[in-house]
Write a protein that binds this ligand. Structure first.
Ligand SMILES: C[S@@+](CC[C@H](N)C(=O)[O-])C[C@H]1O[C@@H](n2cnc3c(N)ncnc32)[C@H](O)[C@@H]1O
Length: 260
């Protein structure tokens, strides 16, 4: 039976566009990874003004055969909101396309308060993101998590056996958590009347430290798996406690828990 025999060719092509759009959607993430791997945002920032393709390619020491690839990726990223395309007068008096930072690419600059580069690198890590190839298998398995299928172990055990991945993950969570500062600035009333809080799955305590900075009298307990907190030291109003949240959690006036 020909299911599409009633459809016009233009309708079938529209369907094809939907399929292809999703087939290649990963190129959005891969271009972002390319931008992070080559530190493009930092290069533009250090340049101090919009950068031309020529200048970017020479800073990156791109072989001539790949310059066109750089142009395509930069245009793709511009289309997706990571750069503005402007025009600059070049030394030869000719106007050249140049790329400027947007808010999204400023969030990738290293060493800034709201740097999301560690979060982005972790999400795009091939080992971790590779898990999403197994969604079909996961759906049909009664008890296995996605990471148990892809890594052969649950994510937290994988981190405990791979300390470099654990720091990589903790840094990524910390970079994501920095954004909490922006929310707290306008919503501090949420914490009024409380004296203590337990941050369940609190990682390296980034969120708790932010809360402590805003409310110095507040007592924060960062609760996470023992191997996660074992090397962190607290202060007089912040403590790290190791344990399993499925067994028990320390008592406090409020519980903070994040689910990503
Ligand atoms: C998505 S991360 C959240 C990190 C942290 N809240 C932040 O914003 O930076 C989840 C955290 O839960 C912790 N975790 C996982 N299973 C746990 C358990 N059974 N008991 C306590 N913590 C656990 C992980 O080690 C990880 O640090």
């Amino acid at each position: 039976m020909e299911l599409l025999s009633e459809c016009k060719a233009s309708e079938i092509f529209e369907g094809q566009v939907v399929v292809y759009k999703h087939l290649y959607a990963y190129l959005d993430s891969m271009c972002l990874k390319w931008c992070l791997d080559l530190n493009i945002a930092d290069i533009i920032h250090n340049h101090g003004q919009p950068i031309t393709l020529h200048h970017l390619a020479s800073t990156l020491q791109v072989p001539p055969s790949k310059i066109n690839g750089v142009r395509r990726f930069m245009r793709h990223l511009a289309h997706n909101g990571f750069f503005h395309i402007t025009r600059l007068l070049h030394d030869d008096n000719e106007e050249k396309e140049a790329y400027a930072l947007t808010i999204a690419s400023k969030l990738l600059l290293k060493g800034t308060q709201h740097c999301l580069a560690p979060m982005s690198n972790c999400v795009l890590d091939p080992t971790l993101s590779g898990a999403y190839h197994f969604l079909g298998k996961w759906t049909l398995e009664e008890n296995l998590t996605l990471f148990e299928i892809s890594l052969g172990t649950n994510l937290w055990d994988f981190f405990s056996k791979n300390p470099s991945y654990l720091s990589f993950f903790n840094e990524s969570m910390a970079s994501d958590s920095q954004m909490v500062k922006l929310a707290l600035k306008d919503h501090s009333a949420v914490f009024e009347g409380l004296e203590s809080i337990v941050d369940v799955g609190g990682g390296n305590g980034t969120v708790s430290k932010i809360i402590n900075d805003m409310f110095p009298k507040f007592n924060c307990i960062v609760f996470d798996l023992p191997h996660v907190v074992e090397n962190f030291t607290g202060s007089n109003n912040l403590s790290f406690v190791g344990g399993d949240m499925f067994i028990s959690i320390p008592r406090a006036h409020a519980i903070l828990t994040t689910r990503k």
